[in-house]
Design a protein around this ligand. Sequence first.
Ligand SMILES: [Fe+2]
Length: 351
Amino acid sequence: MNFPFVLPTKILMESGVSSKVGEHLKELGIHRVLVVTDPGIKAAGLLTPIYASLEQAGVAFFETDQVKPNPRSEDCNRIAVQYKNTGIEGLVAVGGGSAIDAAKAVAVLMTHEGRIEDYEGENTLKCNPLPLVAIPTTAGTGSEVTFFSVITDTARQYKMSLLDVRLAPTLALLDSELTAKLPRSIAAATGMDALTHAIEAYTGKMSNPISDALALHAIRLISKYLVAAVEERDNNEAREQMLIASLIAGMAFGNADIASVHCISEAIGGMYDTSHGVANSIFLPFVFQHNCDADIYRHSQVAICLGVDPSLSEHDAANAAVDKLFSMIRRLGIPKFSELASVKEGDLTAA
Ligand SMILES: [Fe+2]
């Protein structure tokens, strides 16, 4: 057996840790930062303790709150031009995968010439980006530990990927207090995104023993805690366990890759701007069912982690997992593909 496993990011998990970000930046020798976030995070008041911490630690900061869902290349390019000559030494991303992925792109452009489109693909960076501290406010993306950035090129209606180990955040601060105000629909969709990461990491051909262990445990945690985290907003244990599940699913797929569900949902997202988590949720049960026979053992192991009766045959367990996935997305209120307003049947060959 022969495989690499890479985890460049230091992880700190603690309730309230985001309000210590200033101390951690000073430890990293960073005294001036750009905070990358979105208007919803700002309106929810999540930035107030973070900015208090920066001020207390004497860390100067700028803010951009213009990140949109499915972050756009034009926004990343514009933000980079705006802040390139301001002397920032690092970035702090506060938000879900969109804010963190956008911050990764801006961190690249702070040390590289050109536009983010010029760095699409694998290992295209010429030097280190600026260091990034990631503070996730959703339990889903895993972007706080991955070395991908997915950016929508609006001119091509295409979600492009950058992949380089140097994109990994320097530090991830996991604070379950930040997910307490998450809207129900976002908690549901992002949680299903994490489940998709774990299932694709485990059933994909790039899996390895370390990613397998992380992925299977993430599936167990999500099966146990996702519905509670969505339906019981004051259930701190469920929210904390979902943050862990999202984190370790990110470590798994960062080293084992994602697969068909993400390929389909990224094509759809590029065309229609569909929420990443919603698209993954819609396609996950169908792709899982389609792939079962390709590796019935692995699909049955996923089933057991989802809570299916382990005494069932591998085939029956895998089929029961399909039913379980459909019932999860119904319970969580995920829309059907046919209910997405903008999707037209004639577009599907283009996607
Ligand atoms: Fe994802």
